[in-house]
Design a protein around this ligand. Structure first.
Ligand code: 13P
Length: 249
């Protein structure tokens, strides 16, 4: 059985004052059925770990370097993230791909180093609007999957987030049929490549404008095992109903 997962990606938002939101989530969901991952900026990880040592929340980082350590000024290794309190790392987010020219091969290298260090990885995939309109979505996803996911994975440490780029921060959400189609496709591709035991244990998250008012419908889709939430994860009062909808699904 795959445990449902609600992950909050704070992106480049949040300072010390916002730690209270993580504390509030931890307190409000002590009995959560779902796993809850909060990914604040790296600067807050260590202090956030105070609220996550026990309880329902685990911490995630938003990126890690593809090297283990060494002369890479300004970069952060998987080992450092673990030391700061993170057990998950989001990799290949479309904003990293766009802002830092990260390619699928970089994402795969980062995943390998993070998995080797003992982290769980949330690898992000998703098409541009032009690709969706040209009916290339499944081809794009197939290519990203083939290149971004390393060859030797253990299913329970891999999470894949399908985040259509045109749905991120826009309030636009694909139809339920479109979400189902992509998630079913990802599961089938994983099965072809890794076999059904591993494919069945990988959690597939949907991300892109998930809000309290659309979460339940998205979570009712087969092969949606949770969500990667941006804007609505910043405030506990917005994120809590999404976690509750996941628990109820
Ligand atoms: P929004 O929920 O703000 O659309 O962001 C989604 C996202 O990019 C999560 O990683």
């Amino acid at each position: 059985m795959r445990r449902k997962l609600a992950a909050g990606n704070w992106k480049m938002n949040g300072t010390s004052a916002d730690l209270a939101q993580i504390e509030a989530i931890a307190q409000a969901h002590t009995g959560a059925l779902s796993e809850i991952v909060m990914a604040p900026p790296t600067t807050l990880l260590h202090r956030a770990s105070e609220f996550t040592k026990t309880g329902p929340v685990t911490l995630g980082a938003q990126d890690c370097d593809k090297h283990e350590n060494g002369a890479h000024t300004g970069d952060i290794s998987a080992e450092m993230l673990i030391d700061a309190g993170a057990s998950y790392v989001i990799l290949g987010h479309s904003e990293r791909r766009a802002d830092h020219a990260e390619h699928d091969e970089d994402v795969s290298a980062k995943a390998q180093i993070a998995l080797k260090a003992g982290m769980r990885v949330i690898i992000c995939l998703g098409e541009e609007l032009e690709e969706r309109e040209a009916e290339n979505t499944l081809d794009v996803i197939a290519g990203q999957l083939a290149r971004s996911i390393p060859a030797d994975i253990s299913g329970d440490r891999l999470v894949i987030a399908y985040e259509p780029i045109w749905a991120i921060g826009t309030g636009k959400v694909p139809s339920i049929e479109q979400i189902a189609e992509v998630h079913d496709f990802i599961r089938a591709r994983l099965e072809e490549r890794f076999g059904s035991r591993i494919a069945r244990s990988v959690r597939l998250l949907y991300g892109g404008s998930v809000k309290p008012n659309n979460a339940a419908a998205i979570f009712a889709v087969d092969n949606v095992d949770g969500a990667l939430v941006g804007g609505a994860s910043l405030i506990a009062d917005d994120f809590s109903p999404i976690i509750n909808a996941l628990d109820a699904s």
